[in-house]
Structures are given as C-alpha cells and as structure tokens.
Design a binder for this molecule. Structure first.
Ligand SMILES: Cc1cc2nc3c(=O)[nH]c(=O)nc-3n(C[C@H](O)[C@H](O)[C@H](O)COP(=O)(O)OP(=O)(O)OC[C@H]3O[C@@H](n4cnc5c(N)ncnc54)[C@H](O)[C@@H]3O)c2cc1C
Length: 475
C-alpha cells in the first residue's frame, strides 16, 4: 500500500489550510486528508426545508464534511488590532508561536480567504469613537468589550469559498478521501505509523490501513471525543481541558442595534459574582437564525448563524461559562455531555427554549406563551420548557448575573421576553499536550485546530493549519 508523507485526519479549516500551504511550499509531497463527512457541495441540512433536525446518519452535515464546522458557520473571520499586545479571539495559537507570528499568519490567511472570494468589506472598523464610548461604559460594569475587525463570509458565501478551496486542493493532487472514518491510530515504539480507516457507513472494526510518515489530527470539536479516546488508548499526554457551557440567547435586533452597526459582533467578557467564572458572549449573529446541530452520541446542541441575504429581525449570540475542574475530577467532556443529555431528554430530543422572565418567575415556558412572545423564536424545532432543570446552579447564576451586567451597557439585554436556548456547549478534548511544533508526546503525531484544544474559531484553526505545513516542511 502507498505510504503518504502526511495524513490529515479531518477536513475542517485546520487540515484544509495545512494542505493549501503544503501545495505552496512543496507540490511533490504526497498528502492525504481523510474526512468522515461529505464533499462540501453534497452537504445539506434538511432543517431548512422541513423545520426540524432529522439527525442525519451517519454524520451531521452541519459539523462534518469538507471545511468541517466552517461550512455552515456564520463565517466570521476574527482578525486583530495591530496595537493590541495580545490575541483575544479564537484560541491560544499565540501561546505556541508568539503574538507577532500569529498576527502575520492572520494577515496571510486572510489574504488566502480573499483570493478564494471572501468579501472585501471589514466589519467593526469605521466607528472608533462610538465603540470607545460603549467600551468605557462596559468597563464601569466590570466588563471587557473586545473590538476587533471581522470579515464576514456569511453562511451561503462560506460554502462557495470552501468549494473553491476543495477544487484547488484536488487540482493540485492532494488526495481527499470522503465518507471515511479514521477509527484508530497505528502507533509503534511511541511513533505514529499510520491510521486505521473504514467507510463511514461500515460497522466498527471493519478497517483497512493507510500508512503515513506524519499524521496530523485536525478533528475539531466534532472529533474531540474520539481524540480523547485515542489519548487514553495510546497514552498520548493530555492536560485537563475546559468545557464551555451555556445558552444561545436571542433578542430583538433593535436592542443590539448599536453593537451590530458599530462592531457587527460585540465580545463581552466578565467574571460575575459570586463564582467569578469567566463568562463571555460569543458568535453573535445580527438578523440571524438559531440552529441545531448533532454531535457524537446523538447529542443535539444549539448554535447560530446569519446569512448575507436572508434576514430575521432577531440577533442571537452564545452566553458561555468556562468551567475548568480540579482534582479529583478530570472529565470536562463527560460533564458537558451529561448536561446536554439531560436537556435533550427534557426537550424530547430537541433544543429547549425558555423566556428569561420565566426563569426569574421560577416557571417553565409553554408553547402558547411563545406564540405571543415579542421575541419570536427563529429555531422552530425548539421545544418550550425549563432549562433550569438541567443547567447547574453555578452556570445558571453566572449567566443570569452576566445578563444583568450587560443590560447596564446595552439597554434591553435583560428584557424578560428574550429567549434562552440550551444546551450550547463547546467541547474541547482534554487539551492534547503539544510542543511549539504542535507535536504530541507520540513522535510524528501532531494536533491542530479546535479538537486538541488549541483553537476555537475559523481564523485561528485555519492559521494553525498554515503553520503546521510550514513546520512539517522544516522537519
Ligand atoms: C454553526 C456554527 C457556526 C460557527 N460560526 C463561527 C464563526 O462565525 N466564526 C468562527 O470563527 N467560528 C465559528 N464556528 C466555529 C468554527 O467553525 C470552528 O472553530 C472551526 O471550524 C474549527 O476548525 P477545525 O479544523 O479545528 O475543525 P472542524 O471544522 O470541526 O473540522 C473537523 C473535521 O474533522 C472530521 N472528523 C472528526 N473526527 C474524525 C475522524 N475520526 N475521522 C474522520 N474525520 C473526522 C469532522 O467530521 C470535521 O469535518 C462555528 C461553528 C458552528 C458549528
């Protein structure tokens, strides 16, 4: 059997940008990417047509396939401010390669997106004075408001851009293997030798082998669970990770008008009492739609996106609490999964939605109440109920306190008719220990992107791929 120079597991932005950069550096390298989902042009989410999640088999089309979670994402590429000494959004890449190198990588990767048709317009750069005024008010409420330029692809545009990249990779002899699961890693003498694969619809254990000199795990949040299992099975070193647990919050565009206009996405970060956990807003979608997505073990999680053309009258955003556990508990993924499971059961397999006012009143929300609610839910499959049955006291308190804080900066943020959808959970595997070359404790096995806990956004995941290709070239 043919041996590859590099095998990438997954075809999210991390792996895709690694392959792109490998073509630029050295076309003679034999590179294979393996993805359990479909080609980007074959990915469809039936929820658009039939209004409810049918849990696509064998894999959710929102989270799997060429360009990974990027294909149906809102396509907000978070850039940076030259004058900031830190990189605030999208993960910890800069902790491995430094802030300056990360900024240069973002510049480079942004240009690549532009060359494949991303919109020239940058959001969040025109209203410096107005933004400063909101930032100052936030500071008084002990909230940090991060403002950085954003390039917004939009969900439909993201598809086009990634389709062009898919074509480019194939035209340049990158082997793309779709609808194929990497079931196991082949490791001998603490060195990676290849991977065991099977067709996505075949039964577990029905595997064949592909050999590779180097293997790069770029499995995203979708594969975080698998990666965790691999780390346990093969003694790959990890450190306890974080799990972000919270809700998707939906409120009228009118309330978010200033933030939407001046910044497109306002990233508030606070540490409300009494727990002082980090709480943040994330993935804000002006005139957007709340979405459901299915993860491993059939868990349905909530997310959100917005289109360039199709608009609602609501803004949605995630309110997330970062939880890090200490001895003796080291299973953040299991913790998040249990919460998601309980919430899914409360919603008969669907996302649960509740009005903020009902939480304050200590009651569930009923379907008929949603019908006359001022904020009309954009996720039609969501089931009215009571999220407080399943979200822990600590998470719930953090979220409610944070909403009150933001309300002092954005009037109407704590309106009782605003909607909370749950579970919104960001799984990262226990962080895979990697060195500055992204190499794990197993020789020639690397980890990039969201799955191993290094990044948590499109731009950073893409940058980690570019950097990976450059590292591999030097080895
Ligand atoms: C609805 C939605 C909206 C989002 N909006 C934004 C946004 O606006 N801005 C932003 O910055 N980020 C956004 N994100 C997050 C962003 O999409 C991710 O941060 C990014 O895609 C991570 O890239 P990645 O390459 O690490 O992994 P992913 O994109 O998750 O790709 C990993 C791929 O690996 C595959 N895979 C996993 N395990 C295996 C296996 N064992 N065998 C074979 N294949 C495997 C998966 O099927 C998947 O296709 C959004 C995400 C979602 C779901």
């Amino acid at each position: 059997m043919q041996k590859y120079d590099v095998i990438g597991v997954g075809m999210g932005p991390g792996a895709v940008f690694m392959a792109y950069e490998m073509i630029k550096i050295d076309k003679s390298k034999k590179v294979l990417l393996i993805e359990q989902g479909k080609r980007v042009e074959n990915r469809n989410c039936p929820i658009e047509k039939i209004g409810k999640c049918v849990k696509c088999k064998p894999f959710c089309n929102i989270t799997s396939g060429f360009s990974g979670a990027g294909a149906f994402s809102d396509g907000k590429l978070s850039l940076y401010n030259e004058e900031d000494d830190d990189i605030y959004v999208g993960g910890n890449l800069h902790k491995y390669i430094g802030v300056e190198q990360t900024k240069r990588l973002i510049d480079y990767t942004d240009k690549v997106y532009l060359s494949f048709g991303a919109d020239n317009k940058l959001e969040g750069t025109q209203y410096k004075n107005e933004v400063k005024e909101i930032k100052d008010r936030a500071k008084k409420e002990c909230l940090n408001l991060i403002d950085i330029p954003i390039r917004h692809l939009g969900t439909e545009k993201a598809h086009d851009v990634y389709k062009k990249i898919e074509n480019y990779l194939e035209e340049n002899n990158i082997d793309l293997m779709f609808e194929t699961v990497v079931e196991d890693l082949i490791i001998e003498d603490n060195t990676i030798k290849g991977v065991k694969i099977r067709p996505s619809n075949a039964k577990e254990g029905d595997t064949t082998v592909v050999y590779g000199e180097k293997v790069v795990a770029a499995v995203g949040r979708k594969g975080a669970n698998w990666l965790s299992d691999m780390c346990i099975k093969h003694n790959i070193k990890t450190e306890p990770g974080v799990v972000d647990i919270g809700v998707r919050y939906e409120l009228p565009d009118e309330v978010m008008k200033k933030i939407n206009t001046y910044m497109y996405e306002g990233k508030f970060i606070g540490r409300p009492g009494p727990f002082k956990d980090k709480v943040r807003t994330f993935c804000q979608n002006p005139s957007g739609f709340v979405a459901a997505e299915v993860y491993d073990n059939n868990l349905t999680l909530v997310n959100g996106h917005s289109y360039k053309d199709k608009k609602s009258t609501n803004t949605n955003l995630a309110l997330l609490v970062s939880h890090k556990f200490k001895h003796p508990f080291d299973k953040p993924i299991d913790y998040g999964r249990n919460i998601a499971k309980n919430l899914n059961e409360l919603g008969a397999g669907n996302i649960v939605v509740q009005r903020l006012g009902d939480i304050y009143r200590g009651k569930r929300t009923w379907e008929k109440e949603l019908k006359t609610n001022k904020v009309e839910p954009t996720l039609k499959s969501a089931v009215a109920g009571d999220i407080t049955f399943a979200l822990g006291y600590r998470t719930m308190t953090d979220i409610l306190q944070f909403i009150r804080q933001v309300d002092k900066v954005v009037e109407g943020f704590a309106n009782p008719e605003n909607l909370l959808y749950a579970p919104e959970i960001k799984f990262y595997s226990n962080k895979v220990e990697i060195d500055n070359n992204f190499e794990t404790s197993v020789k020639n096995l690397y980890s990039i992107g969201d799955g191993g806990g290094m990044t948590r956004g499109l731009m950073m995941a893409s940058c980690s791929g570019v950097q990976m290709a450059r590292i591999l070239e030097q080895k």
